[in-house]
Design a protein around this ligand. Structure first.
Ligand code: ADP
Ligand code: ASP
Ligand code: MG
Length: 428
């Protein structure tokens, strides 16, 4: 069996016909290799599909939103000269009809219906990319990720059943490579054991690529981005950023956990577990070196800054003045886990406990409601978490400017600040 490599292309890299042609030209440089190609939905399709789901109670409006997605995809198909490509238009139409049916399906569970509808974005993009590759003379085949990645039924944030998924990689994906060089599949989506479509969480396509890499024991994985590689901070928020040529898995997992949006945080573990190196490269400058992530230990990192918005600080204290000691903490952690709340920082005193968490949906409200009998809670929202790894004091001071620091902690090489903007005082 030849060596397999995994390439993942995100929404920005396939946003229109020219972008898809650029992807084809990147793949031209890797002809004759066995490539597992994972694609996200085209451009901002996932956001547009979320609009369809939001209007589920008004089918006319939902179909209007779907029409925007349909027209965008049809335009790209035309621009790529694929209108007559065998089976493509009927495949795309079938997928759009599935959305129509899903809108009719009575289903009280919003998250379930969300996954059935939003997943169509990746199914359509992968059909189009596969057709373009076939038209360009590649030996390629479309593969349904839902026949491979098996998950639980926690819709919108499904967890992978690694055993079943690995079996499928061996029984379905590896043999498929015997007849073709490229398999094109979808990021973000999987299937429950009941054959319902599930999704792995927003921005989850990097993670899908890592699941395929793990299951196929590939040589390496490359994610193609709109940046030269992993930078010392998000270039959309900071001016003086530099590229990190190489990173250890440990450094990468810490950065992504605390908000470096360039790689989905769940991506690193499956790769680390099999020592599969990860390249982060630019689809704009494909010959650039990018960033190389591996188990190599690297010394002398510059300060690396990550920002995570939508943070909330929950201050919890006992109503009867008893200590927040082990048995209380154990109960509180249990409830936090049950409500799928991610803790980013915590601190405790004799009778109080403060946690900084991601503010998602109404999870905090459900949690505080649950514990209210024994605990008083104060919740402060709209905060930002700043994490600086390999920090220097001048960088920390600069980050604090114009902000109120609510919580600060340092551990080893990292300092973290939970901050809020200083409110603007009205001049009289
Ligand atoms: P995809 O196309 O795969 O969805 P994303 O848009 O999710 O890619 O990720 C790329 C974006 O990540 C960049 O455009 C950049 O703004 C952002 N980003 C955040 N932190 C970093 C960082 N430390 N280095 C590089 N890019 C970063
Ligand atoms: N299309 C999905 C999203 O936008 C997954 C991804 O792009 O990684 O969230
Ligand atoms: Mg993305």
């Amino acid at each position: 069996m030849a060596i397999i490599r995994v390439f993942k292309f995100g929404g920005a890299s396939i946003k229109d016909a020219a972008a898809i042609e650029n992807v084809v030209s990147i793949l031209e440089k890797h002809k004759q290799q066995k490539l597992m190609v994972i694609v996200s939905a085209i451009g901002k399709t996932t956001n547009q599909m979320e609009e369809v789901v939001k209007h589920i109670s008004n089918k006319t409006l939902a179909l209007e939103k779907l029409e925007i997605v349909k027209q965008n995809h049809l335009q790209i198909v035309t621009d790529l000269g694929l209108s007559e490509h065998e089976g493509l238009m009927s495949d795309l139409n079938d997928l759009l009809v599935e959305v129509d049916w899903a809108l009719d399906e009575y289903q009280p569970e919003y998250d379930y219906i969300y996954d059935q509808i939003v997943s169509i974005g990746e199914l359509m993009s992968s059909k189009i990319v596969n057709a373009k590759l076939a038209q360009s003379g590649f030996s390629t085949k479309w593969l349904d990720a839902r026949g491979v990645i098996i998950t639980d039924d926690i819709y919108r944030e499904a967890w992978v059943d690694w055993k079943r998924t690995s079996e499928n990689m061996h029984s379905k994906v590896k043999p498929a490579f015997e007849n073709v060089d490229i398999l094109v599949s979808q990021g973000f989506i999987g299937s429950t054991t009941e054959n319902n479509t599930s999704t792995l969480g927003r921005e989850g396509s990097d993670y899908s690529a890592a699941i395929f890499s793990h299951g196929l024991d590939v040589q390496d994985m490359t994610i193609w981005k709109d940046v030269p590689g992993v930078l010392t901070a998000d270039p959309r928020k900071f001016k003086n950023v530099t590229k990190l040529d190489s990173l250890s898995y440990k450094e990468a997992i810490e950065m992504t956990y605390y908000g470096a949006k360039v790689i989905h945080p769940k991506t690193i573990k499956p790769l680390q577990n099999k020592s599969i190196p990860l390249y982060v490269k630019s689809f704009i400058d494909p010959m650039g070196d990018g960033t190389f992530i591996s188990d190599e230990v690297i010394e002398g990192y510059p300060p690396i800054i990550t920002l995570e918005s939508d943070q909330a600080l929950i201050s919890i204290s006992t109503r009867d003045f008893s200590f927040v000691a082990e048995h209380h903490l154990s109960y509180l952690f249990q409830e936090i886990a049950k409500h799928r709340i991610q803790i980013n920082m915590m601190q405790n005193s004799a009778i109080s406990f403060s946690v900084c968490v991601n503010d998602i949906d109404n999870r905090i409200e459900a949690f505080t409601q649950q514990i209210q009998q024994d605990f008083k809670t104060i919740v402060e929202k709209n905060l930002e978490l700043i994490s600086i790894r390999h920090y220097q004091n001048d960088v920390v001071e600069a980050m604090k400017k114009g902000k109120i620091t609510m919580l600060e902690a340092s551990l080893g090489k990292m300092i973290q600040l939970v901050v809020k903007e200083i409110p603007k005082v009205e001049r009289i």
